[in-house]
Design a protein around this ligand. Sequence first.
Ligand code: FE2
Ligand code: FE2
Length: 374
Amino acid sequence: MNEARSKANHKANRRLFLKKGVLAAGAATAGAGLLATRLSAVSHGTEEKSGRLTPGDASILRFLAAAEILETDLWQQYNELGGIQDNEVPGGSGSPLYTAALKVLDGDMDQYIHDNTEDELTHEVFINAYLASKGADTVDLDRFRTLPSSKATGAQQIGRLTNIMQLTVDTTWWTRYRSRTKNPDLGDTFPQAVPALAVGQHPAIPRSDDDLTPSDHIQAIANTAGFHFGTIEQGGTSLYPSLAQRVTNVEVLRVVLSIGPTEAMHFQTWQDKAGNAPALTDPKDQTLIFPNLNVPPFGGEDFQTNLIMPEPTGFLSRKLPACSIVRPTGTKGAAMGALKFLTAMGLFLGQSKEFFAFMTDLAEDADEARRDVE
Ligand SMILES: [Fe+2]
Ligand SMILES: [Fe+2]
């Protein structure tokens, strides 16, 4: 059987399972406390239960839960080495030289990294708990925690979901939010702020203590992290409004609309800090150049570092007046787009086929969700 047909059959079977699950849950709703308990205890598999949520809402929340688990995993790695390790965000013991290099971007970087990490953890835990409270299946990625930790002093030696030691960082968000005419939803494309980060593979944390010197090398790693923070959080800033457009239930919409803007708060902070990354060339990788974004050939409205508020731009139609907005927010294929974006940055280098199949399933289900009248 060819791959496309096998995939189509697989999806058809899954949809059948979903339907059966919904019917069973529907038929047993009256006085079925036992069933509800059992449904919430079922782990994610081919028979996802949506409980009292519409299948579409449950699918959107499950994809978001998975995205938040992945975000937590990468932020946890940053916090162990460059944040504040405490009982709110336990794990690791810090890397003083990496932490100091991050603080060149802002004296409070360790606090911000800690707080971003804690926020993602609460997003993950809340969305899964909300799903369970509605009798819907939750998401658990623990079996995919197989990637290695950094060997640098300060990192925990545990299995990871994400790889932040070989990143290809797309920095087009920098010019996308500065453009006064262009919008990716209208088909526009944008230049990179740091072209060297968009090619090759770059560590955003020290891979071992060898990465701690010379000082411009660990600074290049901290700069990479500084831009990666913005790349990740602008993704979350777009993902929530993109998926919210296909949510049906008003309370689920409230969940999505209340979490999404915190991603924008993160993004706004990181965009400001990335602009403080010192211009330099990595002495251990001469191709990795961080330019001064305020002077030619950079500089001007598209690159100036203090232009951190989103410039008004075209929205919905170029016939309408320019508007200061999050972009992109197109809803078609938004979940798969997010998965492709994370994959393209190298975040899952080393992950298993099963991981990609599982994440693709979650994204496809989320993208099949349609807004219904209840
Ligand atoms: Fe989040
Ligand atoms: Fe986030």
